[in-house]
Each structure stands twice: as structure tokens, then as C-alpha cells.
Design a protein around this ligand. Structure first.
Ligand code: MG
Length: 385
């Protein structure tokens, strides 16, 4: 495979798995970037010999530069560094797996530079869906979804007419608190919330899976990735995470993509598209599972999920507002400042607190982002008193 990739967020869960995929299939690494994990980034740089490495946290720049002083790897830092890496002419594809809003500007920069994108950063499409999809269309850039659900939908769309797609069925594992009542959730601790039954992920995404915000964000992403109306997206709880999502066509044929719950399959598909080659995850054995179950989500208990859906139905800045409010609320929960159920309460309250506004530029996204964060911090301050 004569492909060159740059990986943003290389030290995270998706990033490290992506590097395994690149190693296995001979994809050359042009650049690697991470938030602050200098030690792992150094190891990766020594192993994959990129031309550039970037560290988002500027206070780690000197340390990283010293670590790599005996190499000829160029070290960059900050948002500027991430964006420079995103636009490098040497790479064919940019895999963006950074966590949070930080991912949006590098995605826009990569698209502007005509790079195809393997997208694992949810916030890119949640907060800037209109901007990102319009720019990608203008530049003729392809966005390959890395998330298992969107990869599944993307796979189910191959070889069929997009105009005959009637809806998509987005599956959800339901998280560790599926079946619990709102009252049950009052006593949830950080340790409870950080356990996930099927997937091994970073802390932010694990909490988002427990609140079902993750599914809400995926709902919004699906709308933008596949140009859907929110009414065309159905969420189905499927505890086994074997059916990664499905699509329904006008003839009511439903086509699903199945596989073992392992991110290497969608990562590999995004990086090697359209090739299909054996994945180290191994085969799915349906008889080992025996039965697969499908249930409706509980929108009353999981307030983040309903808030995210309502946000994309309203459009404008609302998806960005709920996403940024969620980032702040999750951060506060992980810092033991608020309870688990407060996350959902805070995220839904954004819909009442903010008046409709449009997103026409990156600055509009940033304004909505800081307004939502300021609102949440103030609210948390009030709660704590
Ligand atoms: Mg997912």
C-alpha cells in the first residue's frame, strides 16, 4: 500500500490502533501529533520515522524537542503545529482522532489543503458540520468515517443508490447503565461510569457512552456525513455491539454491517478504502453470540441523548452549544465537581438558555463554544455554592 498518512491524536486509543493498522499494511507515516503525551509520542516517532511530530500542549514542546534531539524529525507545537501537520503536501490522508473541539480547525485546514480525511474526531462534524461538509464538497475531499457506526453505514451504502436510501439505523450499546432508571443514576460514581462493557476507549468517550451523549453526537455526525434529515435516523439499542449499524432502502430492504467489536476494522476500512484485507481482530462467530437483541433507547433517563437530537433538529449553533456544554460538564464530572446526572441536566438546559443563532464561519463556532463553556462554568459555580 503506497499511501502516506498523518495522524492527529496518535497517542490516544484510536491513534495507537491506527498506527498498528498502518504498520501492518505498510502505510507510511508523514507526521504524528498528540495532545501532551511526550513519552509515547517519542516512542512512536522512533518507531515510525515521521518527518514531523506535533504536540498540542505548548508547555511540552521543549521536552519533546529534547527527547528527539538526536533525530532529524521536525517538532511543531500548538494549534498552529496541528494545522501545519494537517496540511502537509506529502500526506495523502489525514486521520484525525484528537478528542474534543480542538479537532475542528485541523480538519478544516486539511480539507482546505485538499487532503482526504479519516475522521474519528466527533466534534468536527457536531460543531462544524455545515462548514466541514460544504468545504469538503467544494474541495472534492472525501471524508472516511472511522467511528464503527458511521463506517458501518458507509459500508452499507457501497454499491447502492444514495437517492434510494430511506433511513439509517444507528446502533447503540446502551452503555453501562442501560435499563437503569433516572433515580438509579443519582448514585453513579466516576468508577462506575468509566467501565464500558464492549469497547476500550478514552475517559471522555467512556463517560459520553455512559450518558449516551456519544450516541447523540453520532446522530448529529450521521446527519452531516450522509446528508440526512434527523427524522431519517433511528437509534436502536443493541447490547452486543455486533451489528455496527444498518441502512434501509426504499424497498424496505435493510442492510447491516456486522463484525467483532473492535475499532481496527473501521480504522482499516477508512485507511485502505476500498480494499478489504484480513484484519487482526479475526472472524465474527455468530453462533458464539447465539442471540442478538434490539431495544428502544430510554430518552427520558438519558437526557444527553434527547438534548443532542433536539439540538440538531433545531440546527444553527445548537449542536455546537450542547457539545461544548457536554465537554465542560464531563470535565467537571471527572474532576468530582458535579454528579453524573448533572451532566444531562446541564446539557439539556442549554436548549432553554440560548437563543437560536447561525453558524456561518469558524469564528461563529468558536463564539458558540466559549458561550456554552462560560455558561456551564457559571452554572457549576452556582451548584457548588
Ligand atoms: Mg461509535
Amino acid at each position: 500500500m503506497n499511501r502516506k498518512a498523518s495522524i492527529l491524536g496518535s497517542t490516544g486509543s484510536i491513534g495507537t490502533q491506527s498506527l498498528e493498522v498502518c504498520e501492518k499494511h505498510g502505510i507510511q507515516i508523514t507526521a504524528l501529533a498528540a495532545h501532551s503525551s511526550t513519552e509515547l509520542l517519542e516512542q512512536q516517532a522512533r518507531k515510525f520515522h515521521p518527518e514531523y511530530v506535533g504536540i498540542y500542549n505548548e508547555s511540552k514542546y521543549t521536552e519533546l524537542k529534547e527527547r528527539l534531539a538526536d533525530t532529524n524529525i521536525k517538532v511543531l507545537c500548538g494549534m498552529e503545529g496541528l494545522c501545519e501537520i494537517a496540511a502537509l503536501p506529502q500526506s495523502d490522508i489525514v486521520l484525525n482522532s484528537v478528542v474534543g473541539m480542538v479537532g475542528l480547525l485541523p480538519t478544516l485546514t486539511a480539507i482546505e489543503a485538499g487532503k482526504d480525511i479519516a475522521l474519528a474526531n466527533k466534534e468536527t462534524l457536531v460543531a462544524g458540520g455545515e462548514l466541514v461538509t460544504a468545504l469538503a464538497k467544494e474541495k472534492g475531499v472525501k471524508i472516511y468515517p472511522v467511528d464503527s457506526e458511521h463506517s458501518a453505514i458507509f459500508q452499507c451504502l457501497q454499491g447502492n443508490k444514495r437517492s434510494q436510501l430511506s433511513k439509517v439505523i444507528l446502533t447503540a450499546s446502551g452503555g453501562p447503565f442501560f435499563g437503569k432508571s433516572y433515580d438509579d443514576l443519582r448514585s453513579v460514581t466516576k468508577a462506575d461510569a468509566l467501565k464500558h462493557p464492549n469497547w476500550d476507549m478514552g475517559n471522555k468517550i467512556t463517560i459520553d457512552s455512559a450518558t449516551l451523549m456519544n450516541k447523540g453526537l453520532e446522530f448529529i455526525e450521521a446527519k452531516w456525513l450522509f446528508d440526512l434529515d434527523p427524522d431519517q435516523i433511528e437509534i436502536v439499542v443493541h447490547r452486543q455491539s455486533v451489528v455496527h449499524s444498518a441502512v434501509e432502502y426504499d424497498d424496505y430492504s435493510v442492510i447491516a454491517q456486522l463484525g467483532v467489536p473492535d475499532m481496527k476494522i473501521p480504522i482499516q476500512y477508512a485507511l485502505l478504502y476500498p480494499e478489504r484485507v484480513p484484519c487482526p481482530t479475526g472472524r465474527l462467530s455468530l453462533t458464539e453470540y447465539g442471540s442478538l437483541t434490539f431495544e428502544k433507547p430510554d430518552y427520558e433517563t438519558f437526557k444527553c441523548l434527547s438534548a443532542a437530537i433536539e439540538a440538531i433538529k433545531r440546527g444553527g449553533a445548537y449542536p455546537c452549544l450542547v457539545n461544548s456544554a457536554n465537554e465542560e460538564a464531563v470535565r467537571a464530572f471527572l474532576n468530582d465537581e458535579i454528579s453524573f446526572i448533572s451532566i444531562g441536566e446541564i446539557v439539556s438546559s442549554v436548549l432553554d438558555e440560548f437563543k437560536p443563532s447561525e453558524i456561518r464561519s469558524y469564528d461563529d463556532v468558536m463564539k458558540a463554544d466559549s458561550a456554552a463553556r462560560a455558561y456551564v462554568r457559571e452554572k457549576i459555580g452556582v451548584c457548588a455554592q
